[in-house]
Write a protein that binds this ligand. Structure first.
Ligand SMILES: Nc1ncnc2c1ncn2[C@@H]1O[C@H](COP(=O)(O)OP(=O)(O)O)[C@@H](O)[C@H]1O
Ligand SMILES: [Mg+2]
Length: 413
């Protein structure tokens, strides 16, 4: 007979992105062999979010409910907790260094020294109203020896650690967390959307080679640099596809919804001879004035906006010193990855090979894995699976006070 108790205990991992264009809930499951499979997906158009942040909670809640309910049906499960993606122009990433003298007589580095040096690196000056979402270990150095992944057992006088810290305004994160908790769901953790997308699409080899992931969303563009296997640089621009549509609406004097449609039908990332003199006359039944719309102008506006976005990212990555470390190339995901010739534009601006971001290291619903908009939600599931595996390795981590979500968020809620 079918054992219902088994169903209840299935180790589910749910990623939730409350994006500007859509809310997406992705359901993953870890099988007995530890492999991760996507077993369900739900989505809803998003109405309560601007520039990657919740501005109309009641609408956002309705849309989250719709996405979660669809995901529950599609996976035939009950969702009790989620890994929640966060973004917004207030999110900042930077590198920090911690230093710790090794004082034991034999000068052998122990677990305690590692914990201390990490604590030092975390003791950073961020604004009081900010919350650290991630403090990611990059690598250690012992005296003058660099690039050490695990220093325990080494002999030395000074231990240093490099960390990448991602933080943002506490109350903005609270808005999203409170919304989800208000629906009687647990928030297992919050994760920066850009990091989730990179996790979703990069292989270990690409992270090692060096790669830039750009997630072109509707209200925000997130980017992440990996090099030598670790996160080196992250950022958010509070601009995205919505702004392209706004510009088109202004330029062509059409409503924003119409501009969005025209962008889908006639958009291109590159403005060249092929756009010269292009017009489009809307069909009579739309009830719009039958004046020809200037598609040449649409292409010009769109390509300029996208080029500007890439140029800003290039400048920041170059300034941080990572542009010549990207031997794996540039990966584009998010809805903007669907824009014709977007990869060609990225190759021109970054002078690097560019690729579409595909979900990696995960199987299941092909309809979920192939879509560029779902990289973040898939990455959230992968992040959750990583946490679950760690938890498994260490016995029941829930018992550890340091992990308990309630403890993590006690200062957030
Ligand atoms: N074929 C396309 N051409 C142009 N823009 C597109 C296309 N497909 C999606 N987009 C744009 O991608 C954005 C949505 O991307 P998505 O990653 O889902 O956003 P978010 O994560 O912010 O909800 C919208 O601005 C939409 O206009
Ligand atoms: Mg997004």
């Amino acid at each position: 007979m079918f054992d219902l108790r088994f169903l209840e205990r299935r180790p589910l991992i749910v990623g939730l992105e409350i994006g500007t264009a859509k809310v997406c809930a992705m359901v993953g499951e870890i099988n007995a062999e530890g492999a991760l499979t996507i077993i369900g997906i739900g989505q809803s158009p998003s109405r309560g979010v601007r520039k990657g942040e919740i501005v109309e909670p009641a609408l956002a809640e309705e849309d989250v409910r719709a996405a979660l309910s669809e995901a529950e049906h599609s996976a035939d499960v009950e969702i009790r907790s989620v890994y929640l993606g966060v973004s917004g122009g207030h999110v900042v990433g930077f590198n920090n260094r911690g230093v710790q003298p090794i004082v034991s007589r034999d000068r052998e580095i122990g677990e305690d020294d590692v914990n201390d040096v990490i604590r030092n690196a975390k003791a950073i000056n961020i604004p009081a109203e900010h919350y650290v979402v991630h403090a990611i270990r990059q690598h250690f150095s012992v005296d003058d020896q660099d690039e050490i992944r695990d220093p325990v057992g080494m002999i030395g006088g000074r231990l240093e650690v490099e960390m990448h810290v991602i933080h943002g305004r506490t109350n903005r994160f609270q808005n999203a967390i409170r919304l989800v908790k208000g629906m009687h769901l647990e928030v297992e953790d919050i994760v920066f959307n850009g990091l989730a997308s990179a996790l979703g699409i990069l292989t270990a080899e690409q992270k090692e080679l060096g790669a830039l992931v750009i997630d072109l969303g509707a209200g925000a563009t997130e980017y992440v640099v990996y090099a030598r296997g670790v996160v080196k640089h992250t950022g958010v621009l509070a601009v995205g596809g919505d702004h392209v549509s706004q510009d088109i609406a202004l330029g062509l004097k059409v409503p924003q919804g119409r501009a969005e449609k025209l962008k889908f039908e006639h958009g291109d990332a590159i403005f060249d001879e092929s756009a010269k003199g292009l017009t489009h006359t809307p069909p009579h039944e739309l009830g719009l004035p039958e004046r020809p719309l200037n598609i040449e102008h649409l292409r010009c506006v769109m390509s300029l906006r996208l080029q500007e976005t890439f140029e800003i990212i290039r400048e920041e990555v170059e300034e941080a010193g990572w542009l010549n470390q990207l031997r794996g190339g540039v990966f584009i995901c998010g809805g903007g990855a669907r824009v014709p010739r977007i990869l060609e534009l990225a190759e021109r601006v970054f002078e690097l090979p560019a690729f579409p971001g595909h979900a990696r290291g995960i199987s299941g619903l092909a309809s979920a894995l192939d879509q560029p908009e779902f990289s973040t939600a898939i990455g959230l599931v992968k992040f959750g699976a990583g946490q679950a595996r760690k938890k498994n390795n260490r016995g029941s981590l829930r018992r550890l006070a340091s992990w308990s979500p309630a403890r993590i968020f006690s200062n957030l809620i």
